[in-house]
Design a protein around this ligand. Structure first.
Ligand code: HEC
Ligand code: HEC
Ligand code: HEC
Ligand code: HEC
Ligand code: HEC
Length: 691
């Protein structure tokens, strides 16, 4: 009896299962290349990359199907270094159905699969180009899987290129790659990584020591771990005490993006007393400000600079009650923070007391730019800060500074003091990670529930990963944290600055397009990028731009390296054609108007200015040879608008193969461009040789 029942119910289950799978099969399947609305809504840019090293796996989203992992570097921050595998999954989105060529380059082995089509496979040898292989792709989303195997040594390099009848070979572009962002593994990876970043950036290790066994890793540690808070060595000369008291009490009330926690404990009145004591210790007397009448002309000039330089991409000066739709940092109370002249001093060198500040260095002109900016900021200020009745006591402040934990993060004397208080954070819902930190002895970082979950997820996984890092992941974190896309375009998205200027636009002229960072890692030679980020290029490549590339010297080296690795290039990888004297001469001729392609029309070369740059000034070609990797150059020359849709550089080879100039190399575009390159390179060699 029992058996029969069981059998019947079993049969029932099976047939129900069949019914379900039958109906699933019957549900209208979108045609090839299409996704359901729900699937499409879940897509995020990039590919999901599952890294495997030994027994361990780690997943992260990468912008590109490319990597460069030097020997001894972990392939992903949560993995040990050593031989590894990667499996990328997602979609390649095309605008046209048809035949495409795919080609791989690098070291190791790679297998590429599009949907059900037979796999494409390459054994990669350094400095040898893989054979292009043909594949039929549908219009729309083509399911893509890439399996990559590193060398035994743990080194790995991969770059994947594609081309078709209609476009020249380029890396699989980041704005055509998509993957599902809603899977559990992707979300877990995002949580882990944001927890790791918060842990490093918020200075947890200034107060919590990590256990010995978690302090080893391969490669250099996470650079953010060396981030220190501003040193307060000259705070007496720099700051106003009223501002400091308000800041210490609640940094987030003065600046939405403040990372300093609230550390004071007690009743509201006790906390205020402690705050004014600390302020008295750090800044003694307030300055009696003489209100000098504002120079309106200077203020207007400052407002203009604030826009054109790009401050407005990261800052606003809205009233405290207004909400900023762009989530920028307020400078509303900055005038009240600094003693007279000290705001100007700050703008002259924002990294002097805080080398890890996210505020970039603009090398502002001390007479033409700083005074108007200061005037503008002084006009757009809150008239008042919270007033405290209590009088501060510097002696008590000094004691509090040591006791409440300020000294763990801030340096006060010339010598570095790094006391370590506590062990590794363990009770995950207490202290700093409690929902009500103000009721504990721990500082209050004002973490959102999402940030708390991220930190808890990270701490559960273990903190070993802090002691190793890879430049490509550093770039992903810092581009976001430093808001590079506040100014720059990237992956088909307009920069914030452009959108803000467009919105504010009163003159009717569209804002100037800013350079794109989509291809930087492949385009620019890392030494140039590093120098640019350090602020060590003494002129602008694009003098016509009103905005300016500011410096991020602390992070320059790793950013330059990481951008390059992200695109699958080693820092010194720059294969070039063999120089040929005959070609150099032809190149010189091609630059000219008569019998050439007239590059001089838009491009200056050294001291020789462009002839008619008007609408479309180009970059000084002397710079071009110092800036660019040769591998990027032909792709740019053959189809500049494909590389950068907003560029005004014309296409000299309308059919992508020949130019209109048939007398030289029968019009062969590649040969003509190579000749031009050799000429351009010889220019910079001459320059290097001159004193
Ligand atoms: C200025 C010093 C300081 C910093 C910085 C700091 N903490 Fe704490 N943390 C404390 C103190 C003090 C306590 C409370 C210890 C007690 O209750 O006795 C604490 C407690 C904790 C606790 C609960 C108790 C435990 O040890 O398990 C966790 C979890 C924690 N902190 C996590 C963090 C994390 C994560 C960060 C970085 C975002 C951080 N802390 C940064 C000082 C600090
Ligand atoms: C890429 C974003 C970015 C740009 C562009 C930028 N800043 Fe900043 N700035 C910041 C950040 C972030 C901070 C806060 C420093 C920190 O905590 O790391 C800051 C801080 C400041 C401060 C000090 C605020 C304080 O409370 O101490 C001033 C003043 C300032 N910026 C002025 C300017 C001016 C003027 C410009 C244009 C010339 C400018 N900034 C451009 C990101 C930017
Ligand atoms: C977890 C580390 C941490 C602790 C603890 C901490 N601060 Fe800070 N503090 C920072 C950081 C980081 C900044 C830079 C602004 C930001 O990102 O919020 C800052 C900024 C400041 C500034 C402004 C300095 C400038 O150059 O603009 C003052 C003053 C200051 N803190 C005082 C204090 C005092 C007093 C205490 C103790 C009551 C304290 N801090 C505790 C991390 C900390
Ligand atoms: C205030 C706006 C602003 C911010 C913020 C900014 N940049 Fe720039 N950047 C520029 C301008 C303007 C140029 C063009 C400089 C030139 O060519 O003269 C530029 C040029 C560059 C270039 C050269 C691009 C090329 O193809 O020639 C790179 C690389 C670059 N920036 C990287 C970064 C990175 C990385 C960050 C963030 C850490 C960043 N930028 C933040 C304004 C900005
Ligand atoms: C009608 C104007 C125009 C002409 C003619 C022109 N270019 Fe350009 N060129 C541009 C513009 C605009 C850019 C992009 C500048 C930017 O990125 O902001 C550019 C960029 C370049 C770059 C990239 C430079 C860099 O450092 O990023 C190279 C290389 C270049 N051009 C070579 C040439 C050569 C060689 C010729 C002659 C065959 C030529 N161009 C003719 C306008 C022109």
């Amino acid at each position: 009896m029992k058996l029969r029942l069981l059998l019947i119910s079993l049969i029932g289950c099976v047939s129900l299962g069949l019914l379900i799978s039958y109906t699933a099969a019957q549900a209208p399947k979108p045609r090839l290349g299409r996704l359901t609305a729900e699937e499409e809504a879940a897509l995020v840019p990039g590919l999901a990359a599952l890294f495997t090293s030994g027994e361990k796996t780690d997943l992260r989203i990468t912008r590109l199907a490319a990597l460069h992992v030097p020997k001894g570097t972990p392939p992903s921050v949560f993995l040990p270094s050593g031989p590894f595998r990667v499996q990328w999954t997602g979609y390649l989105k095309t605008t046209e159905k048809g035949e495409y060529l795919i080609r791989a380059e690098g070291e190791g082995k790679v297998v590429v699969r599009f949907g059900q089509a037979p796999p494409l496979e390459w054994k990669l040898v350094k400095e040898q180009s893989g054979e292009p292989k043909s594949i039929e792709l549908v219009k729309g989303y083509n399911p893509l899987t890439i399996e990559y195997f590193s060398l035994e040594s743990g080194a790995g390099t991969l770059r994947l290129w594609w081309s078709s009848e209609n476009f020249v070979e380029e890396p699989l572009p980041p704005d055509a790659l998509f993957t599902r962002g809603d899977t559990e593994s992707v979300q877990q990876s995002n949580l882990l990584r944001s927890g790791r970043q918060l842990f490093a950036e918020r200075g947890c290790i200034h107060c919590h020591a990590l256990p010995e066994e978690e302090r080893k890793g391969s490669g250099p540690s996470m650079p953010e771990l060396s981030r220190t808070a501003p040193n307060l060595i000259q705070s007496q000369e720099r700051f106003e005490p009223d501002y400091l008291a308000a800041w210490i009490l609640n940094p987030q009330s003065l600046r939405s993006h403040a990372t300093m926690p609230q550390v004071l404990k007690g009743t509201a009145e006790e906390k205020e007393q402690q705050a004014v004591d600390l302020a008295a210790f750090l800044a003694s007397e307030a300055t009696a400000r003489k209100e000098s009448p504002l120079n309106e002309k200077l203020v207007a000039e400052g407002e203009k600079l604030f826009e054109t330089l790009g401050c407005i991409g990261c800052h606003h000066t809205l009233e405290r009650t207004e909400k900023d739709p762009h989530d920028r940092l307020s400078l509303r109370s900055v005038w009240l923070k600094f003693r007279p002249n000290q705001l100007a001093e700050f703008l002259k060198d924002p990294h002097k007391h805080y080398s890890w500040s996210r505020m970039p260095h603009f090398k502002l002109d001390a007479t033409k730019e700083i005074p108007p900016l200061v005037a503008y900021l002084s006009k757009n200020t809150d008239e008042t800060l919270p007033k405290f009745k209590q009088k501060g006591n510097a002696e008590r402040g000094k004691k509090l500074f040591a006791e409440t934990g300020c000294a763990h993060c801030h340096q006060l004397e010339k010598k570095e003091t790094k006391p370590s208080l506590l062990g590794k954070p363990s009770k995950m819902d207490q202290g700093c990670l409690s929902e009500h930190p103000q009721e504990t002895k721990a500082p209050d970082f004002q973490f959102s529930p999402a940030e708390r979950t991220a930190l808890q997820t990270f701490l559960k996984r273990g903190t070993e990963s802090l002691k190793q890092d890879l430049p490509a992941e550093f770039v992903a974190r810092q581009m976001q944290s430093l808001q590079c896309t506040g100014c720059h375009r990237r992956d088909g998205k307009q920069g914030k600055l452009y959108k803000i200027l467009e919105e504010e636009n009163l003159t009717g002229v569209p804002p100037q397009p800013m350079p794109t960072l989509t291809w930087t890692g492949e385009k620019l030679r890392p030494e140039w990028t590093r120098k640019l980020l350090e602020g060590n290029i003494d002129h602008k490549a694009r003098p016509w731009l009103k905005s300016r590339m500011p410096a991020f010297p602390q992070r320059a080296e790793w950013l330059a390296l990481g951008l390059s690795h992200e695109h699958g290039f080693a820092a010194d990888e720059n294969p070039k054609p063999v120089v040929n004297e005959e070609q150099k001469k032809i190149g010189a001729k091609l630059m000219e108007q008569n019998g050439g392609l007239y590059c001089y029309q838009c491009h200056a070369v050294g001291d020789k200015p462009a002839v008619q740059p008007f609408e479309a000034p180009g970059i000084n070609l002397l710079d071009a040879s110092l800036r660019l990797r040769y591998s990027y150059y032909p792709r740019w020359m053959l189809d500049p608008t494909r590389v950068d849709p907003s560029t005004k550089m014309p296409r000299f080879a309308p059919d992508l193969k020949t130019t209109t100039l048939k007398e030289i190399y029968d019009g062969n575009a590649r040969q003509q461009f190579d000749a031009l390159w050799m000429h351009i390179e010889s220019l910079s060699q001459k320059k290097d040789a001159s004193p």
